[in-house]
Design a protein around this ligand. Structure first.
Ligand code: NAP
Ligand code: GLV
Length: 328
């Protein structure tokens, strides 16, 4: 019998093609139900449309908790997210119900590390501020002191969370002659990076880049105390999750020039409300969660999410399962 599937947004073709190949046709109530609106389903719509499905393919914009899993029903065989981060999914709730959760690690590592480096350079060299300055018609002459930024060569980059993306950022840092130090629960010899405790990292770093997952331990890891330990000349980059950062504390640290600048790929909430005080600051660069936003990367994420979904529906082990405990 064709399984029932809900896909909570139009994902790139490679993933949809794989699902079609395994479970034709795409005809709504029977088989695959695809949410085609640009905006994500509301909570009520998500519950309504996924009720009774065997497989859910979701995005990081969908909150998947125990209540939703129960509303879907006991036949739910797999939850597959087109993301590496799974902080939007209640993993213990899925595990308790024996539901494997798939995610998409690895395929987005390089794109996210590229984006991190783009943010780091842009904040260091005040690119967004410079462009606003130019568009406002303020560029009247070359000046020896106009919009001076920070140098990379010989500076220290501190990476908090030295996993796949953290290490890919360290790889890129080698080309810029940065010294790299990192803080992570496990020592990982890669790219001449040196493990240090968090206080040492904050004291010595000219650039601090955050690459930990969001969980109860890392929620507001970057708070007033963390920021107070950074150098006044330091740049903070967050391309992990908005919830890791206390935005109110960041606002005060940037406003008072306690740190030089920040560049954020992610915020809390998303989208960032237009009345956020962070948007008043020239030294805060913010982009709308674009870490993995390259065509090839999103194709690969879609394919991997579909592979996880298909495997789960066929009763096979997911190629990338975040809670392998479900397999005993
Ligand atoms: P990963 O390979 O699991 O790396 C995370 C690293 O952080 C691991 O080495 C982990 O150590 C470490 N860690 C966990 N808690 C820590 C703590 N309190 N202090 C220091 N280190 C800690 O994951 P990844 O693939 O690099 O992705 C990292 C995160 O980036 C994702 O969870 C996601 O939220 C975010 N992300 C954002 C975008 C974007 O578009 N902006 C794109 C992709 C990913 P253990 O393994 O020992 O726990
Ligand atoms: C993006 O933020 C992801 O977790 O894949």
């Amino acid at each position: 019998m064709t399984p029932k599937i809900f896909i909570s947004r139009i994902v790139p073709d490679p993933g949809l093609a794989l699902i079609k190949e395994h479970f034709p046709p795409f005809d709504g109530a029977q088989g695959v139900d695809l949410w085609t609106a640009d905006l994500p389903p509301t909570r009520a719509e998500l519950i309504e449309r996924s009720r009774g499905v065997d497989g859910l393919l979701c995005l990081l914009t969908d909150k998947v908790d125990g209540e939703l899993m129960d509303a879907i029903g006991p036949q739910l065989k797999v939850i597959s997210s087109m993301s590496v981060g799974v902080d939007h999914i209640d993993i213990p709730a899925a595990t308790a119900r024996g539901i494997p959760v798939g995610n998409t690690p690895g395929v987005l590592t390089d794109a996210t590390a590229d984006q991190t480096f783009a943010l780091l350079l842009a904040a260091a060299r005040r690119l967004a501020e410079g462009e606003r300055y130019l568009r406002a018609g303020k560029w009247v002459t070359w000046s020896p002191s106009l919009l001076l930024g920070a140098d990379l060569v010989g500076a220290t980059l501190g990476i908090v969370g030295f996993g796949r993306i953290g290490q890919a950022v360290a790889k890129r840092a080698q080309g810029f002659d940065l010294r790299v130090i990192y803080h992570d629960p496990t020592s990982k010899p890669a790219y001449n990076a040196q493990p240090v405790d968090l206080d040492t990292l904050l004291r010595e770093s000219d650039f601090v880049s955050i690459h930990v997952p969001l969980n109860s331990e890392t929620k507001h890891l970057v708070n007033a105390e963390f920021l107070a330990k950074m150098k006044p000349s330091a740049v903070l980059v967050n391309a992990a999750r908005g919830g890791i950062l206390d935005q109110n504390a960041l606002y005060h640290a940037l406003k008072s020039k306690q740190i030089f600048a920040a560049a954020l790929d992610v915020t809390d909430p998303e989208p960032l409300p237009m009345d956020s005080p962070l948007l008043e600051l020239e030294n805060c660069l913010i982009v709308p969660h674009l870490g993995s936003a390259s065509k090839k990367t999103r194709d690969m994420m879609s394919l991997l999410a579909a592979q996880n979904l298909v495997a789960g529906l066929k009763g096979e082990r997911l190629p990338n399962c975040f809670n392998p405990q479900v397999y005993g």
